[in-house]
Design a binder for this molecule. Structure first.
Ligand SMILES: Nc1ncnc2c1ncn2[C@@H]1O[C@H](COP(=O)(O)OP(=O)(O)OP(=O)(O)O)[C@@H](O)[C@H]1O
Length: 309
């Protein structure tokens, strides 16, 4: 698999405090990678290191396969755009003038493409309105337009929906999806708003105390969060027989334990098992979502409801 960004045991210390602790992650090309972590987990620090705003204390990272320690990483960074913390927007300028300013800073030879960029982020009708009079959502989208000025194919967004109203959140989501699907831009989004990430992300990295606790694709997460009934019986052989008859999907975990997927009629199953002289010791419904999965990973309980049999 081709990775736009990979890190290997990346560490960043502030004095004795480890903001990043042996963090290893991999962002595949074309992904929308959700970097999930609570406040202070190290998300912004990671993005700042990748952007070259801070030096790592230890470990390594590579952008498009080019090591962060290599001089050529500056070239690789030209393919990156980022909005870190608050977007860097000139508040006394219009959206168009902000983009002209950015074009000049990065040395683009003409202002061609600015109208298109404004259209892309939904700011084409803001005319003479200055950025200081924009809503937070408009300012965020202007920040993204500025980050897109250099035509990057990798975009890093630090908490892009923080503080946005529901309308702003929907607009941001549509913009990110459009950039990813229509312009093939790989996106890394840091967030702790899990519901929103779940609508976008194709891959996830869960960060806690500066360490990447788990990395997986959306499909793998879906499988891990699959609704199931965890069942303990006297013997899983008759259970398997009954489940085959009922055409239910299942996984045998041990001689006495199994997971059953899909809609299970608990009473019917218990009666059929009784006919096979198989007794049910317990049935536990497991129904996870991104939030409960995350809480289980970084400590806390699992979303479970137990039926006593
Ligand atoms: N310049 C700094 N000096 C000392 N400590 C810092 C510095 N920058 C960040 N930290 C600490 O490093 C830890 C990680 O901070 P970071 O901003 O990366 O977290 P985060 O996951 O982005 O959190 P949030 O969601 O609140 O922005 C925090 O405990 C923070 O206090």
């Amino acid at each position: 698999m081709e990775y736009v960004l990979s890190t290997e045991n990346l560490s960043k210390k502030y004095g004795q405090y480890k903001a990043l602790d042996n963090l290893s992650m991999h962002v595949p090309k074309g992904a929308i990678y959700g970097l999930v972590g609570k406040n202070g987990a190290g998300k912004t620090t990671l993005i700042r290191v990748i952007c070259g705003l801070q030096k790592p204390t230890d470990g390594s990272y590579a952008i498009y396969g080019i090591s962060g320690a290599d001089r050529a990483v500056c070239q690789a960074r030209r393919r990156m755009g980022a909005v870190v913390e608050t977007p860097s927007v000139y508040l006394d300028m219009t959206a168009e003038d902000n983009l002209k300013q950015q074009y000049t800073i990065i040395g683009r030879p003409s202002f061609d493409g600015i109208r298109e960029l404004l259209r892309l982020v939904g700011l084409e009708n803001t005319g003479k309105k200055k950025a200081k009079n924009f809503s937070l959502g408009m300012r965020q989208r202007l920040g993204i337009a500025i980050a897109l000025a250099g035509n990057p194919d990798f975009l890093l967004l630090d908490e892009p929906v923080n503080g946005l109203d529901p309308q702003g959140i929907v607009e941001m989501r549509e913009l990110i999806l459009k950039l990813n699907r229509e312009r093939q831009i790989t996106v890394l989004i840091s967030s702790h708003i899990l519901d929103e990430l779940a609508r976008l992300a194709t891959h996830y990295g869960f960060i806690d105390n500066g360490h990447l606790v788990k990395e997986l694709s959306a499909q793998e997460l879906e499988r891990a969060c699959r609704k199931c009934i965890r069942t303990e019986v006297s013997d899983t052989r008759p259970l398997a027989h009954v489940l085959d008859k009922l055409q239910l999907e299942y996984a045998i975990l041990s001689d006495t334990q199994a997971e059953i997927y899909g809609e299970v009629g608990v009473t019917e199953l218990t009666l059929l098992l009784a006919e096979e002289n198989c007794s049910v010791r317990s049935m536990t419904e497991c129904d996870e979502n991104l939030e409960s999965y995350y809480i289980r990973l970084v400590g806390g309980g699992r979303n479970e409801q137990t039926f006593s049999c």
